[in-house]
Design a protein around this ligand. Sequence first.
Ligand code: PRP
Length: 179
Amino acid sequence: MDIVERIIVSEEAIQERVQELAADISRDYAGKTITLLCVLKGGLMFLCDLAKHITQPVEYDFMSVSSYGDATETSGIVRITKDLEESLEGKHVLIVEDIIDTGLTLNYLVKILQSRNPASLRICTLLTKPANRRVEIPIDYVGFEVPNEFLVGYGLDYKQLYRNVPYVFVPSKELLERA
Ligand code: PRP
């Protein structure tokens, strides 16, 4: 079965952009240690690729905030399913996301994280869907603007699968119609 209807961001384009973002981040955080905060599960692939090209000292921590479950549209209800292991006090925190869609997840997350007194808090997302935004949030680093379509791959799942595909695509009707 062909799972792809159309590729939206190719593997080559992602890898090239990741290197550009890592160069910007390395320059902006010169002399500082960066705490990369991975929002699981979607942010994992992006964090790994991004971290490889950052030249400043980097530490990771992981958090799960879910609003979608297995649905294709946000429920609007955000819940923390896994919290961080380390304090953020005095740290330079960079949230790493695969996609910002409605903005509801990040809007919620930023408020929680700000209350933990980091030295700085910024957001890096590979993808943004501005057409679907319900709440405005300032994004510091953006890979690509994408159309308001259901997308899969490079961290984005369909029923928890296909996060490992190295490009971002619109899934085929055949895939979506499969029970
Ligand atoms: C996705 C994505 C963001 C959020 C963005 O996570 O990784 O965290 O949705 O959507 P929003 O801007 O509309 O809030 P999801 O809840 O699907 O969890 P996952 O990363 O485990 O797939």
